[in-house]
Ligand binder design. Structure first.
Ligand SMILES: Nc1ncnc2c1ncn2[C@@H]1O[C@H](COP(=O)(O)OP(=O)(O)O)[C@@H](O)[C@H]1O
Ligand SMILES: [Mg+2]
Length: 316
């Protein structure tokens, strides 16, 4: 991986944040932190809100590269659309390219790829957003309770429900349908929640997330102070195996640069891949900064290293 020691080598950097997705507020929070960190390290970094403003500025020749901290799809900037636009303009950017971004945004198709390679992911049934009640209930019987219903293409746990009983199924599906795109239903894995951050070609120490409530919801992720984070999440061979699995899962989706892979570990110690994130949160509560800190990489250094990955991208 290319290492940079002079901040001028990055040129003028756009930190693109905000946008129009459901995760706008989280992205703004991440973006402000990244911007401050890069500036503190002497990088000529500037905030830009959303894709249209970014593309105008890039076409006007204002920026040499982009730190992408948009989250989500449909103007969210994490789904490949922004990556394609920047690539076509020859502007390097942080994180995955078109394919890795688009595949990771779609949980159903991510699972198809993992399954084809024999990587473990919970049993699931994809549902179109128009699926009728009969189809929904048949899918639930196929999966069995307890199960999880979630939008196929959202993040930050929005629209995700745990369903223990058929009587709660319709409400869970209605909630997931509030978000654009298709849905998926999958086996609820009871056990521990872990996440593995990827930086460059390396998997960082895993984090075991121990929420106060039933699971890691939006509130626990961004607001509550009572979630516990254990890092590394596992010890010895179990930790090495988890990191290796996360790296394989990330590579399988064509991801690069940096990101995070979410995993559930069941009571038998089996790991199950949930999803990959190609522009994960960088707020004060976020997980990648915690994993980096466990390696002795403080926040400003982390932002610098992520920016360095822009030299690896297809447009670089
Ligand atoms: N199959 C599952 N079994 C148990 N918990 C799950 C499962 N799928 C999702 N969850 C819970 O829901 C949260 C959000 O799901 P995830 O698939 O990571 O989507 P996103 O983070 O994009 O909203 C997870 O962090 C986990 O707490
Ligand atoms: Mg997740």
């Amino acid at each position: 991986m290319k290492r940079i020691d002079d901040p001028r080598a990055f040129g003028r950097v756009a930190v693109v944040m905000g946008g129009r997705s459901a995760e706008r507020e989280v992205s703004l929070d991440s973006g402000r932190n990244v911007l401050a960190a890069l500036k503190a390290r002497g990088v000529d970094a500037h905030a830009i809100d959303g894709i249209p403003a970014l593309l105008d500025a890039v076409r006007a020749g204002h920026f040499a590269r982009v730190f992408n901290i948009l989250h989500g799809q449909h103007g969210g900037g994490e789904d490949g659309v922004l990556q394609g636009a920047l690539q076509s303009l020859g502007i390097p950017f942080t994180g995955s390219g078109v394919l890795g971004s688009a595949l990771s945004m779609d949980k159903v198709r991510s699972k198809y790829v993992w399954m084809a390679l024999g990587l473990p992911t919970p049993k699931f049934v994809p549902l179109t957003r128009g699926a009728d009640a009969a189809r929904v209930h048949a899918a639930a019987r196929e999966i069995g309770f307890p199960l999880i219903v979630k939008p196929a293409c959202e993040g930050s746990s929005v629209g995700v429900s745990r369903v223990f009983d058929e009587k709660d199924l319709d409400e869970a599906v209605a909630l997931a349908r509030r978000y654009p795109g298709d849905l998926l239903m999958e086996t609820l894995i009871e056990g521990n929640e872990l996440t593995v951050s990827i930086l460059g070609r390396e998997a960082l120490p895993s984090i075991h997330i121990v929420p106060k409530g039933a699971y890691y919801d939006y509130n626990a992720k961004y607001l509550a102070g009572d979630t516990q984070y254990l890092c590394p999440g596992l010890q010895g061979d179990a930790e090495s195996e988890l990191r290796a699995l996360a790296m394989r899962a990330f590579d399988a989706l064509g991801c690069s640069g940096w990101g995070r892979v979410d995993v559930m570990r069941d009571r038998q110690g089996r790991n199950w891949l949930l999803e990959a994130n190609t522009a994960p949160g960088m707020t004060s509560h976020s997980l990648v900064p915690k994993a980096a800190a466990a390696m002795g990489i403080e926040y400003k250094e982390l932002c610098w290293r992520v920016l360095e990955t822009s030299f690896e991208g297809d447009a670089a």
